[in-house]
Design a protein. Structure first.
Length: 334
């Protein structure tokens, strides 16, 4: 005969095993994402670096940095503003400018044929678009920019942010991995926090006015959310690591372009898949993170994994839109 509580103990043991398997699965997913991304990034940057160094017969990046440093006469605040604010802003608006042309005009079709939510933003509501642009600019100028002031003092405290010697490319890859992990953790939990009914109504609802997002909507948010979920998760990694301003500039630019891709509404060839976050805007209570590792651990991607969007959640390596090669199942007749 079974002892009292034996069934509950067995269930608890089974649950622990399930959680342990889930953790290892998540770690494998994380390792795959990091290794694939870093391999592609390394190959690209090494190719560019080799090409540029072959032309100049010298250390191209180091020489460029020293010329830039000397041009501003070592003025650290000017250099920090240029690298941490101006360069990422130009990357953000340059990338989103191209996307907005497609959103407004429906051209070029090379972009618009890859729309995820078919029939949405076709064309985009210009009134809503101008409101999104206005809010994004306000967040950049009156939230992100002031937050760079304390960050500047933290980086000065570390003492190597404005070094005349650039970090090695290998060390930058290490930093990039750490930045990504920190962003994933902070973004996931702050994002879930603003989905709490008390905070959602007053803060996060603004961002979710766009159930079919576009690129610029990535920073269309309440100022509190922009601080908690958009800015701090990205800034924290470099502050912990005491990173060089060149690493900070590259990371901020990469983070802004990546979140723009996640919100852009187009699953374009050879770019990271935006299906995960697009599904979050469509359903609200799924897919809170960036990489999806914490969503897998917490089970906040269960519905997503049962959809065609999950099947399409991969890098498109051809030119046929995934909405055509993996179409939605036809609706049953009533």
């Amino acid at each position: 005969p079974k002892m009292p509580g034996q069934d509950s103990a067995a269930r608890a043991f089974s649950c622990c095993l399930s959680q342990e398997e889930k953790l290892w699965d998540a770690l494998r997913i994380s390792a795959y994402v990091f290794s694939t991304g870093l391999l592609m990034f390394t190959a690209l940057v090494n190719s560019v670096s080799w090409f540029m160094q072959d032309i100049t017969l010298g250390n191209f990046w180091q020489t460029t940095w020293l010329n830039f440093y000397n041009f501003f006469e070592g003025d650290e605040w000017t250099i920090f503003f240029f690298g941490a604010a101006l360069v990422p802003a130009l990357a953000f608006w340059g990338f989103n400018g191209i996307l907005m042309v497609a959103d407004i005009t429906g051209k070029p079709t090379f972009i618009t044929r890859y729309r995820i939510q078919l029939g949405k933003n076709d064309p985009v509501d210009t009134k809503k678009l101008w409101q999104a642009i206005y809010t994004a600019l306000v967040n950049q100028f009156f939230v992100s920019l002031p937050m760079l002031v304390p960050m500047f003092h933290v980086m000065n405290w570390w003492g190597n942010t404005f070094s005349k010697e650039l970090p090695t490319f290998q060390w930058f890859l290490v930093e990039l991995s750490i930045f990504t992990i920190i962003e994933e953790i902070l973004f996931y939990y702050t994002h879930r926090l603003v989905h709490h009914p008390v905070l959602y109504k007053h803060i996060h609802k603004k961002h979710h006015e766009w159930t079919a997002p576009i690129g610029v909507v990535s920073i269309y948010a309440h100022p509190v959310e922009h601080i908690l979920s958009n800015t701090l998760p990205v800034m924290t990694g470099p502050m912990i690591m005491g990173s060089h301003i060149v690493s900070i500039s590259a990371w901020f630019s990469l983070a802004l372009i990546t979140t723009s891709i996640s919100h852009c509404g187009y699953h374009l060839p050879f770019l990271p898949s935006p299906e995960f976050h697009d599904f979050h805007h469509l359903k609200f209570n799924q897919c809170y993170g960036v990489l999806g590792v914490l969503d897998y651990l917490h089970g906040t991607d269960r519905v997503f994994r049962q959809t065609k969007a999950f099947e399409r959640h991969k890098v498109l390596l051809g030119l046929t839109p995934l909405s055509e090669s993996i179409p939605e199942a036809p609706k049953r007749a009533e």
